[in-house]
Design a binder for this molecule. Structure first.
Ligand SMILES: *[C@@H]1O[C@H](CO)[C@@H](O)[C@H](O)[C@H]1NC(C)=O
Ligand SMILES: *[C@@H]1O[C@H](CO)[C@@H](O)[C@H](O)[C@H]1NC(C)=O
Length: 472
């Protein structure tokens, strides 16, 4: 198939369309006479942020820069970063500069005459031959001045000992260079590493180039130094500086302080748990020590006569001999003679005759504790009354506390009244003839713990200090 070639004339408009968004990054600009035209400064920060700083536009004439203002020409309008020409004329050709604080930027404007006989200007027309039905890409060969992104001085917050990556990016042409300047008089810092340059082609045919400067384990030497990044070509140069500043408001807890803190916290927790455990195990000893140390006495003001009423099986048959001896001899020997309590033992303290039941009731009322020496044959009618009277006081009137002493092992408590089972189980003390003899044994300590606190200690014979021996 034969394809006919036709000449296609393309004329290239050399000025940027009047869109508010596009800034004028090229240094040399050609405009056509009689067209509306503008120059716009390329700022890294939004225009409204810099309202406070004064902006000036100049045209550089042969005798020096001339300040442009609204009265310069009715065609010229100044709007912040934008200098507008309504329209641009041949006389506007020349060099323009923009100044804002320390920032300045310059352009060279070349206004070309409009052709009288055609709708385009011959000077800026390029011809190109293309084949029909083939695609054509029109490349703009104008070079831009490389422009670094972001502020000219970038202050970066860092922490000493940490790493940081500084990202320097620029909009530039394909062949333009971008590089870091990290050399100092006495050589390069060993902890500073330059990365490769990556380039991405933009939709306008320019390049977005980026290069990373990695600073590892930041030290104080890195702080007072400007890490400069430069992008350059024949048309111009752009440099920006990165300064590292120590971030002060966020002071990290150093690792070793944290570790020590954790260890202290763990030790304190362990000690607390141990203290609680010891306290639970040695609760009885601690309470007895406390009573002794403070001289506590809870028997002074309650108007009662006896510290405890001892209830036991009174029939003194041979098979109950030990039980009887325990209640009538061992208990008083230890509690009265050694520890200074006053017991009420019916057989010993009550004169025979009189109404036994009334007597028992009033004696229990005058006692602070009811000690019941339990055994399988305990439930005889007389002690049963003592038990029930005591239980009534304990459970209903809450005037007396009951201490159960299991004298012979009793697996089965079913013979006891139901209400006795409501008493807390730890109030049942087990008498073990082989282990409970010494005054310091757990049995007597537990019994003292259940007895009322009493300060008075009796004067006792030296012989009384010896362990009690149970008669058998
Ligand atoms: C550096 O910044 C540019 C422009 O913001 C971005 O496109 C690029 O991905 C960044 N590079 C890295 C490694 O973050
Ligand atoms: C970095 O740039 C600043 C400002 O342009 C300049 O004063 C400084 O000397 C430069 N530092 C280096 C190391 O090139």
């Amino acid at each position: 198939m034969h394809c006919r070639e036709i000449p296609l004339t393309v004329w290239v408009l050399m000025f940027i369309s009047a869109s508010e968004e596009t800034c004028t990054s090229r240094l040399h600009i050609t405009a056509v006479e009689g067209e509306p035209f503008y120059l716009k400064y390329c700022s890294s920060s939004p225009e409204h942020e810099k309202k406070s700083t004064t902006i000036k536009w100049y045209k550089n004439e042969s005798h020096g820069p001339v300040d442009l203002n609204l009265s310069s020409s009715p065609r010229i309008l100044l709007r912040g970063y934008v200098l507008e020409f309504w329209p641009v004329e041949l006389t506007d050709s020349g060099s323009y500069s923009f100044q804002m604080g320390n920032d300045t930027h310059g352009w060279k404007l070349n206004v070309i005459p409009r052709s009288k006989h055609s709708c385009f200007t011959e000077k800026v027309v390029t011809s190109k031959a293309v084949e029909v039905k083939k695609s054509l890409q029109i490349a703009y060969h104008s070079n831009i001045i490389p422009a670094l992104l972001g502020p000219k001085i970038d202050k970066v917050k860092v922490k000493l000992g940490k790493d940081i990556e500084l990202n320097c990016s620029a909009l530039l042409n394909e062949k333009d260079v971008i590089y870091w300047n990290t050399w100092r008089k006495n050589g390069k810092d060993p902890n500073v590493h330059e990365g490769e340059v990556t380039r991405i082609r933009t939709s306008e045919g320019k390049w977005l180039a980026s290069t990373i400067l990695r600073i590892e384990n930041i030290n104080t030497r890195n702080l007072n130094f400007a890490y400069n990044c430069t992008a350059v070509n024949q048309g111009g140069i752009d440099t920006k500086s990165f300064l590292l500043l120590v971030e002060e408001d966020m002071v990290d807890i150093p690792g070793h302080v944290f570790t020590r803190g954790m260890i202290v916290a763990v030790v304190i927790s362990v000690v607390a748990v141990c203290l609680v455990t010891v306290g639970v195990i040695y609760r009885v000893d601690l309470v007895l020590f406390y009573r002794h140390f403070m001289g506590r006495d809870e028997t002074l003001t309650d108007g009662k006569t006896y510290d405890a009423f001892v209830s036991y099986l009174k029939e003194c048959q041979p098979e109950h001999g030990e039980e009887h001896a325990f209640a009538v001899e061992t208990l008083p020997r230890v509690l009265e003679k050694h520890f200074g309590y006053k017991l009420c033992i019916f057989e010993r303290d009550v004169v025979p005759g009189g109404a036994v039941v009334d007597e028992i009731h009033s004696l229990i009322e005058k006692s602070r504790r009811l000690i019941i020496v339990l055994s399988k044959s305990y439930m005889s009618s007389e002690v049963r009354y003592e038990l029930e009277s005591g239980l009534h006081e304990a459970l209903v009137e809450r005037k007396i506390k009951i201490i159960l002493i299991e004298f012979t092992p009793i697996g089965d408590f079913r013979f006891l009244p139901q209400s006795l089972k409501l008493l807390k189980s730890h109030r049942v003390l087990k008498w073990k003839a082989d282990k409970s003899l010494s005054y310091n044994s757990r049995f007597w300590k537990n019994l003292l713990y259940l007895m009322p606190a009493k300060a008075v200690k009796p004067c006792r014979d030296e012989s009384e200090v010896l362990p009690v021996l149970l008669k058998s």
